[in-house]
Design a protein. Sequence first.
Length: 207
Amino acid sequence: MPLGRVTQVVDCRESAGMGKGGSLAQRGTISECKNPDVIIVGMSPGRRHVTKPVCDITSALRSQGIEYNVSTMVLNAGSGLPPDAPKAAGHVLGAYFGMNGKEIEQIERHRLAVLHHGNVRSHVVAKVRSILRDCEIPAIVVCQVPIDYEDFAREGVKTAFVMPPTDKIYTKGTVMRIISGVTRGETPSREKLAEVIHAVMTFIKTT
């Protein structure tokens, strides 16, 4: 049994940080670990997608002495909605959400993805559906808006508790857990961080 302190070398980001959002890496970057287990995926930083909780979640997982390797990714095109998402009334068309082949490959190297989203239910569902359509990986969804497994299943997203009809399954990946009430742009409460840690540890230990 090891005694004393254990030193971990953590490469927090791949490029210069942005002032807002805890100085997380700019869009289109990934901070990789040696042996990929868990990847924390944040949407592109900007006015609506403040990425601060991503760093908090990453740090919390590492600080708990979890022996799993945690990577952090900021998507290059994480703002906006996927091209195939229904447009809500009054929605201003802007940049489209999407992932490139490199990002898909980087996510799929890992055993589990933690996807951080915001406070619009339809946007969360559309983006998770788009990510898990391309990435065959189990996922924990962390967001601000209250949301449930039925919301995902209705749009063809596989979940651990509610499945869409067989002929309407849209995704390769699966939503394993949902943790809502994590306010974007603010440090998550200790209770919410504990929920994320518990969900990650439970998945890793049972797979």
